[in-house]
Design a protein around this ligand. Structure first.
Ligand code: 4FV
Length: 248
């Protein structure tokens, strides 16, 4: 999975490319992140990428040409490398709110170009002419699209085969089976008089699997009952699940 990212702050992405699971995935070539700064595509000496808003109002707006020239350069590189260009995705509050389902969809694209806005936003003519998809990280306003892009890239990179040590772990993540994750325990067996649930110490895998499923159902019903409804609607709940939920 190749990511191209258009951003005024490429240095920020070292948080994703230099550390942890995502950093190792970049090292191992299981994914690649290509950073493009629109300032590098500016022809004027002051490398101007923003200007005041028509109609007045506070703050600045990102100009269309530096961004459009950058997207052209990204697509030219794809062409030179015989890569088909995936969608151009703008991070913005008005976008579709990101989810595990969208992460799975993106992981199947092969490549995607993220546009990270700054200032009050981007000239709408750039959006109308270049953007295929808008995604939001949630209903709150940030100072840039970089952190949303990194969050989404992290969620997608985890789904790439071979990135997580045991491919199983991605399957058991929250939301992957439509439910919240079960609680996790590790040594010591007793901490401040609190012991690990005995079922986890018995080595009886079927019982452990059942306990974990019940915990996921109980926690999801308590903290995200909406997810129980959507899991039920998507046929993700077994009769045993329903019997257990009914017993709660
Ligand atoms: C945002 C979000 C977000 C809006 C103007 C950047 C800011 C500034 N992006 N999900 N929520 N973006 O707040 O994705 O340019």
């Amino acid at each position: 999975m190749r990511f191209d990212v258009v951003t005024l702050f490429p240095e920020m992405f070292s948080a994703l490319t230099q550390w942890g699971v995502t950093g190792r995935a970049c090292e191992q070539g299981l994914t690649s992140v290509h950073l493009w700064n629109p300032r590098d595509l500016c022809s004027d000496s002051r490398k101007t990428v923003d200007d005041r808003a028509y109609g007045g109002g506070p703050g600045m707006v990102m100009m269309v040409k530096p961004l459009e020239d950058t997207v052209k350069a990204v697509k030219a590189e794809h062409g030179a490398k015989n890569l088909s260009s995936g969608p151009v995705c703008l991070l913005a509050p008005q976008g579709e709110v990101f989810s595990q389902k969208i992460a799975k969809d993106i992981a199947s694209y092969g490549n995607l170009t993220f546009i990270c806005g700054r200032y009050e936003g981007i000239d709408q003519r750039f959006v109308d002419r270049n953007v295929d998809l808008q995604l939001s990280i949630g209903d709150f306003v940030l100072s840039g699209g970089e952190i949303p892009a990194m969050a989404m890239m992290d969620a997608v990179i985890r789904l790439i085969p071979g990135v997580l040590g045991d491919d199983q772990s991605a399957v058991q993540d929250s939301f992957v089976n439509g439910l919240l994750d079960y609680p996790h325990y590790t040594r010591p067996e007793i901490y401040e008089n609190l012991s690990v649930p005995s079922v986890l110490l018995g080595g009886h895998h079927a019982k452990i699997t059942d306990w974990r499923r019940q915990q996921s159902l109980k926690l999801t019903l308590r903290f995200r009952p909406d997810l129980i409804e959507s899991a039920r609607a998507n046929g993700l709940l077994t009769r045993e699940d329903e019997r257990y939920l009914h017993s709660l």
